[in-house]
Design a protein around this ligand. Sequence first.
Ligand code: HEC
Length: 171
Amino acid sequence: MKTRLAAVAATAAVAAIAAIVAPAVPAAGTDTASLDRGRYLVRIGGCNDCHTPGYNEAAGRLPEAKWLTGSAVGFQGPWGTTYPANLRLVLSRMSEAQWLARARSEMRPPMPWFNLRDMSDDDLRAIYLYIRVLGEAGQPAPVYAAPGQKVATPYIVFEPQNVPKHQAKAN
Ligand code: HEC
């Protein structure tokens, strides 16, 4: 009896840890092939590089629970200061149709919006499904600041430096 109780306790502990570590459990009937494809596209599409704090430092070994929660470190350039959005929150407030429209619209640098634009509808739907199943987490990213506007957050200066004069015009 004692050993059985211990085994039950151990199982409960493992389940509790799994619940903390594992991403949200998809609802019954979720298309798991699309879900896996969404996860794969997010992973190799570079979305975590900017939208997940610490992802680069961890060489991509960060639990999915932390993925795509946005960054409070801005990118500053001639466009102003932009912050990688918290996609977990942004997508939780969008219908699939709104997502498809947003994914096909222009965004400010350094968001490689043209990569999203060029994805197939099926791939974009898979990303939508995956991020929705991850669920809401984290805080919204700071709001965009116009060129010349001072910001209080950390930021990365995202502009070519040391450009030879004869090339400066072409860039
Ligand atoms: C080089 C950094 C970078 C990468 C890589 C990147 N993003 Fe972004 N993303 C940004 C920044 C910065 C913004 C904010 C742009 C703005 O304010 O206009 C943004 C904005 C967005 C938005 C708009 C959010 C909103 O509020 O409407 C979406 C959607 C998005 N990114 C999705 C993705 C996806 C999906 C990927 C991977 C395929 C990705 N991003 C890869 C930096 C990046």
